[in-house]
Design a protein around this ligand. Structure first.
Ligand SMILES: Cn1c(SCC(=O)Nc2ccccc2)nc2c(=O)[nH]c(N)nc21
Length: 259
């Protein structure tokens, strides 16, 4: 899964032609490098990020989805928590929902059910503005399994079949370094729900803490972690560095095939 963030530049709020074109080109390049999914997000989840209105988020993501769809039938996930953005994105050609709030925000659960597409349910403790203050769990794996069971039940109650659900521990979303390492080490413990696991580790601050590296120096750490996530049961890895990660996973799969 290649990451495509549609963020504003100093000239426009993300809706300018050049920005749409460059986003589409980036998506096509990631597809060429081996991405099988493009994850499109119009609102940053960074703690200090400015909130984006529904209309603005739609104006950012829809033209890019349409532009990609014009040139490629690669799978597209919409990274949003807003019901109306989900609707507009799926109608524009996106294939499934990637919701860091696991369909907990107003109207999103019913919207996902009515759209009838698969959904990735990610765990987050608290919300982006407070989640990294004092992340605390009695048992992080157990608490995330309880969360997944509860969200899966909520989905099944509105008619979203379990076969349409992907689970994601939400690395870095209300977790300390130790929590993130435990979740990666014990990723297989989430297989009990019978849903594929998605892991998003790419360039995150855990590598800053582990390796004392800035965001643009975390390639090796990120590729290493992506390979470990797949070795520990992840079916999808969400990454910025598609070509490098694709090579690492090719090596992993080749060795797996030789077992
Ligand atoms: C939208 N989204 C995000 S955004 C956060 C991010 O990439 N931060 C970040 C990126 C680069 C450097 C530092 C931090 N992370 C996930 C995830 O882990 N799983 C799923 N499913 N979706 C996700």
């Amino acid at each position: 899964m290649g990451v495509l963030n549609i963020t504003p530049d100093s000239f426009s709020d993300g809706g300018s032609f050049t920005q749409i074109e460059s986003a589409v080109q980036h998506a096509l390049k990631m597809a060429e490098q081996g991405a099988t999914i493009i994850d499109i997000g119009g609102e940053s989840t960074r703690p200090n990020a400015l909130p984006v209105s529904t209309d603005e988020e739609i104006q950012r993501v829809v033209p890019v989805i349409e532009g990609i769809r014009h040139k490629s039938d690669i799978a597209i996930s919409i990274d949003t928590s807003k019901a109306d953005v989900m609707k507009a994105a799926i109608e524009a050609g996106a294939d499934f929902i990637n919701d860091v709030y696991a369909l907990q925000r107003t109207g999103s659960l019913d919207m996902a059910a009515s759209l009838g597409v698969p959904v990735c349910l990610m765990h987050m403790q608290a919300d982006p503005t407070t989640m990294q203050d004092q992340p605390h769990y009695l048992n992080v794996v157990e608490e995330l399994n309880d969360f997944f069971a509860q969200r899966i039940a909520a989905c099944e109650q509105v008619g979203i079949a379990k076969g349409k659900i992907i689970l994601d521990p939400g690395f870095g979303f209300g977790k300390t370094l130790q929590h993130n390492l435990t979740l990666l080490a014990k990723l297989k413990e989430f297989e009990s729900h019978g849903c594929p696991i998605l892991a998003g580790l790419s360039r995150k601050s855990m590598f800053g803490q582990l390796l004392d590296k800035k965001v643009d120096e975390r390639l090796i750490g990120s590729v290493s972690a992506a390979l470990l996530a797949v070795a520990n049961g992840a079916s999808i890895v969400r990454v910025h560095d598609v070509a490098e990660t694709a090579d690492a996973l090719k090596v992993y799969m080749a060795v797996q095939a030789a077992k």
